[in-house]
Write a protein of this length. Structure first.
Length: 172
């Protein structure tokens, strides 16, 4: 039974990938169920954010990902990753309670270790540098642009290595 479910899940993923192609925004806007939205978001992370074979995850990859998210999926008030069909930035990337990934942990460390800012404070509109930006998507992309302008490759590599250590255990 487990193998059948796994095959069914893989089949559904391949159908979504074929159907969506590169029109992520259009398909997110048309998605009917939260499961479809989540499947498209997961595909986007996989296709847009390079985490393998790189020295660090590019901030441009994160920007490209978040630019494609329709505003109707962004939470305008504080949520814990996901609530009422709305997401914060980490929730859009697939983070859940007690479940983070290399992609989410790296972004968190870019903000916390690299820029001494809380990703949650940015999402919840409590970070003074971006508090004037009321639109959550615009605010988060502005924060990513800030990272891009203020972190150097050495800092990015350090955060990425630390994220690998946290998510995979051991030393790299």
């Amino acid at each position: 039974m487990h193998n059948h479910n796994k095959l069914s899940e893989n089949f559904k993923k391949s159908i979504i990938q074929e159907t969506v192609g590169d029109d992520f925004t259009g398909h997110l806007e048309k998605a009917i169920s939260s499961q479809d939205v989540r499947a498209i978001l997961n595909l986007m992370v996989f296709k847009l954010i390079k985490e393998k074979g790189v020295q660090y995850i590019s901030i441009d990859d994160y920007i490209s990902f978040f630019e494609k998210i329709p505003i109707n999926l962004w939470a305008t008030k504080p949520v814990f990753y996901y609530k009422d069909e709305k997401y914060d930035a980490l929730g859009l990337l697939g983070e859940k309670v007690h479940v983070f990934t290399l992609v989410t942990k790296t972004l968190d460390l870019y903000f916390s270790d690299g820029a001494e800012m809380s990703i949650t404070a940015i999402s919840d509109n409590k970070e003074p540098k971006f508090i004037e930006i009321k639109n959550p998507k615009e605010r988060f992309i502005a924060a990513l642009e800030y990272l891009k302008d203020n972190l150097n490759k050495s800092q990015l590599k350090e955060c990425f290595l630390k994220s690998k250590q946290i998510t995979h255990g051991g030393l790299y």
